[in-house]
Design a protein around this ligand. Structure first.
Ligand SMILES: [Zn+2]
Length: 314
């Protein structure tokens, strides 16, 4: 049996799995990320690989990294939540473990796993939208992962959707993720709670009375309890998600969208709004097939499964 190892490296956790050719995880392990020290990150990655490889024939290793990965799939140019700057991650890890290594952007790895083994099975044109604190994404076209010329494609969270809009972490104004992510959800709820506290009675009670203390989990909980402000905040991100997906569809015409990430766990609170807004904004609506909007199926392990599969196909 040909096994590969996938490692998902985020700002707080390094999750690794030994994966077979059907995308099944045979064994897995987890460490915290020494995010401030690139050499220690490489050491930690090497440790989890050695731990999982012990007693197995391992063909290759795929690293899913939360950062901008170059087109040769070896260097992490920049990572917002780790100290990587022009980090030669592939060479470092390959030297430590003595196996072939490929590096992939983590959202690309997740998209690939969903395309192969998850919600996108059977589809060849897929846009995966990962909604967490921000928006990440991956694009599969004609059955292949689309990386762009420099490896920096599919950063869809930074499409500008509002002119002179909210300031984004990337330095631009009005990016999609400032209106359609987990942080946008919280911001929206705080604004409503501050301006119209009567609509946010349940939410404010949960947050201890202060709009500034409202957190994402509370917005979800309050929405489930029928809080008007929390429901409006979900409706707002649902609207913006659908709008952005319609823009993506205008360019890419995918067969399906896959919605993943932490915020998608509360999808029942906004998915109808996403579909409604998508259908309304879709160019040529009424005269074209409407792409399916599906929920991701593989959960938190998608990143490592995708990285392992990409290593197999290196
Ligand atoms: Zn941005």
């Amino acid at each position: 049996m040909a096994l590969t190892i996938g490692v998902d490296i985020g700002g707080t956790k390094v999750a690794a799995g030994l994966v077979d050719e059907h995308g099944e995880i045979v064994a897995q392990t987890l460490r915290s990320t020494p995010a401030d020290y690139p050499d220690q990150v490489a050491q930690t990655i090497a440790e989890v690989i050695k731990e999982l490889a012990h007693g197995h024939q391992v063909e290759a290793v795929g690293l899913g990294a939360a950062g901008f990965v170059d087109e040769t799939r070896s260097i992490v140019r920049f990572a917002p939540n780790l100290a990587w700057r022009e980090e030669p991650l592939r060479e470092k890890v390959a030297a430590l473990v003595g196996l072939p290594v490929v590096v992939e952007n983590d959202a690309n790895a997740m998209a690939w796993a969903e395309a192969r083994y998850g919600a996108g099975r059977g589809e060849s044109h897929i846009v995966c939208v990962t909604v967490g604190t921000g928006i990440g994404g991956g694009i599969v076209l004609g059955g292949e992962l689309y990386r762009g010329r420099w490896g920096m494609g599919a950063e869809m969270g930074h499409m500008q959707v509002v002119q002179r809009g909210r300031l984004c972490g990337c330095g631009n104004l009005g990016c999609w993720e400032r209106y359609a992510s987990g942080s946008a959800l919280v911001e929206e709820a705080r604004v409503i709670a501050a301006g119209e506290p009567r609509r946010a009675a349940t939410l404010l009670e949960m947050a201890g009375g202060s709009p500034a203390d409202i957190e994402g989990e509370e917005v979800t909980e309050a929405a489930r309890a029928g809080d008007d402000a929390a429901l409006s905040a979900f409706a707002s991100i649902g609207h913006w998600l659908g709008q952005g997906m319609a823009d993506m569809a205008a360019v890419l015409d995918p067969g399906c969208f896959i919605l993943g990430g932490g915020v998608s766990r509360a999808a029942d609170l906004f998915i109808d709004r996403v579909r409604e807004s998508f259908t309304r904004a879709l160019t040529g609506s009424g005269h074209r097939p409407v792409a399916d909007i599906r929920l991701a199926e593989l959960g938190a392990s998608a990143g490592l499964v995708g990285a392992a599969d990409l290593a197999r196909r290196r």
